[in-house]
Design a protein around this ligand. Structure first.
Ligand code: PBG
Length: 322
């Protein structure tokens, strides 16, 4: 045998030299769930070690993350049922505690990067990402609501807007409103290829945001489609997004790689709640090793081509680096 690939794997030093993929804490964005109130740290049964935080408790948690080198966060609000309505007006109301959380975090930790979620679902009495009229999720009438939400977040000091709603034309609409209001430095990371997935289950438990009727298949992408992601990516790029996201990550590694090869923008991937819960559940049963599985999951997403990864594993990863 002239060629023996095993020679390049024979010890740790050689393996490190020939490693094609790396992963650092700088690649990770940590999702944080919020709850209005004081001194709260509420467990989410389907998301082990992930909590809903009130602002005061969260300040201490962010401090710990920053000490671990974790500096990027994506924030999701849990909204009390009585504040939800058809048109999600609380999302851009000056009373919205989410906006106050953004403002306070940026004041206390000016160096951290904060990303928001733009979609109606946490605030909508219908639990959909867009406006529901006669049982249909209407696109163009949703855009002004998303625009107001994004503007309110920019005014609160957000660094990156994250439209997760999958309405057509929303990136361009939001970009224009931001620019008209002189928020030209606020970035957009669009949820570009967001699939209608079973893996969002624990997230919807965390926010109590599941659709009250129907499903999200008329706006989120069909898991059967790959080339369609190119259309979404082209539109988002033309409309002015700064980064393209694929979501979920693990069942869609091929889509991450497709976008990486075809678009010069940074690519991110959302390693979603169900993907995290699955690893925890198997580890709890002793069916796999938690840390090894976590590292393999994260590296596979990087290998597929993601520059950044939104992941519930971020803090555990950061902890073992230190
Ligand atoms: C809502 C939104 C969802 C997630 C992020 N933003 C759920 C959904 O579309 O129903 C899922 C994230 C996760 O599962 O970790 N617009």
């Amino acid at each position: 045998m002239k060629s023996r690939p095993r020679r390049n794997r024979k010890n740790e030093v050689i393996r490190a030299m020939v490693a094609e993929t790396n992963l650092g804490v700088e690649n990770l964005i940590y999702p944080i769930f919020l709850q209005n109130g004081k001194n709260l740290k509420i467990e989410i049964p389907s998301l082990p070690n992930i909590y809903r935080w009130s602002l005061d408790s969260l300040l201490l948690e962010i401090e710990k993350c920053v000490q671990l080198g974790l500096n990027q966060f994506v924030l999701f609000p849990s909204i009390e049922e009585h504040l939800k309505n058809k048109t999600a007006t609380y999302s851009y109301s000056s009373e919205n505690y989410y906006l106050n959380v953004i403002h306070t975090l940026k004041k206390e930790f000016p160096e951290v990067v904060l990303m928001s979620d733009v979609a109606m679902d946490p605030y909508s009495s219908d639990g959909h990402d867009g406006l529901v009229v006669d049982g249909k999720i209407v696109n163009d009438e949703t855009l002004p609501i998303l625009g107001k939400m994004a503007l309110a977040q920019a005014q609160a000091g957000i660094d990156i807007i994250g439209p997760s709603d999958m309405m057509d034309g929303r990136v361009g609409y939001i970009r224009q409103i931001l620019d008209e209001n002189r928020f030209t430095d606020v970035s957009i990371m669009s949820y570009t290829a967001k699939y209608a997935s079973a893996f969002y289950g624990p997230f919807r438990d965390a926010l109590d945001s599941a659709p009250k009727s129907g499903n999200k298949k008329t706006y989120q992408m069909d898991p059967k489609n790959r080339r369609e992601a190119l259309i979404e990516a082209k539109l988002d790029m033309e409309e002015g997004t700064d980064m393209l996201m694929v979501k979920p990550a693990l069942c869609y590694l091929d889509v991450i790689s497709l976008l990486k090869e075809n678009f010069p923008l940074p690519i991110t991937a959302y390693n979603v709640s169900g993907e995290y819960a699955m690893v925890h559940a198997a580890a709890q049963k002793g069916w796999l090793n938690y840390t090894d599985a976590m590292l393999e999951v994260l590296i596979s997403i990087r290998r597929a081509g993601a520059d950044g990864i939104l992941s519930y594993f971020a803090k555990d990863f950061a902890s073992i680096q230190k």
